[in-house]
Write a protein that binds this ligand. Structure first.
Ligand SMILES: Cc1cc2nc3c(=O)[nH]c(=O)nc-3n(C[C@H](O)[C@H](O)[C@H](O)COP(=O)(O)O)c2cc1C
Length: 212
């Protein structure tokens, strides 16, 4: 599959078949993620692969609650995903890296080199984890496997306790993986809407009808 085709055709899958995906695929997807760009080449993300039903139920118990499961239209389709990759990132890896001699002038390192985590105009640990996640999802699509980036809306503390993740790591989100069972209820219009503002040369206020 051409990269351009994977980029254009990948869409989030929200209803999975319970059929398991090949074990080696998970390793391959994580190896793709290792090729992602990384601020300062810090490579400050970590991934936890969940590949069995028990691990998946621990994930769901941590990041959803009974009320959501009872009312969500998506739960039935999502809950069948046979595998997932939990994405984590550690801000301390970045502040340490940016304390090193070649980066300390940035002011983003730990004191006395910089202001630490809170001084980052853009927290690049989140950006890096996003880039890595995208490679995983494109690689899955190329392999004929569907994916969904499940955001961190709740349950970070519970998930960290459940999976033994040290406190310094942030939970970014989970990439659900599995075969699309074709029952996604989402409408095409929701799926295909793209209203990013794109300009050439400079911001053009007169074309900006959507937002300031
Ligand atoms: C950071 C992030 C968090 C997301 N969280 C969720 C989520 O929790 N549940 C969900 O169904 N989709 C989630 N999505 C998927 C988006 O809704 C989806 O990417 C968007 O609607 C565009 O659709 P497409 O990726 O299929 O083109 C998330 C996407 C991103 C990038």
């Amino acid at each position: 599959m051409e990269l351009s085709e994977a980029i254009k055709k990948r869409r989030m899958v929200r209803s999975f078949s319970p059929e398991s995906i090949p074990d080696e695929l998970i390793d391959r997807l994580i190896s793709y993620a290792r090729n992602a760009p990384s601020a300062g080449n810090t490579a400050g993300w970590a991934a936890i692969a969940l590949t069995d039903q028990h691990s998946m139920s621990l994930l769901w118990d941590a990041v959803t609650d009974a009320e959501w499961r009872a009312t969500s239209k998506r739960w039935g389709g999502l809950s069948k995903a046979p595998a997932a990759i939990v994405m984590l990132a550690n801000p301390a890896n970045y502040t340490s890296r940016y304390s090193m001699p070649d980066k300390s002038a940035s002011g983003l390192g730990n004191p006395p080199h910089g202001g630490g985590e809170d001084s980052w105009p853009v927290p690049y640990w989140f950006v890096d984890a996003g880039s890595a996640s995208m490679l995983i999802m494109l690689g899955a699509h190329e392999a004929g496997v569907g994916s969904l980036f499940l955001g961190n809306f709740r349950g970070e503390k519970r998930l960290k306790e459940t999976l033994g993740i040290p406190d310094s790591w942030r939970y970014i989100g989970t990439i659900l993986l599995g075969y699309d069972d074709g029952n996604d209820y989402a409408s095409q219009s929701v799926k295909n809407r793209r209203n990013n503002l794109v300009f050439h040369g400079r911001w053009q206020q007169e074309n900006n009808k959507v937002q300031e």
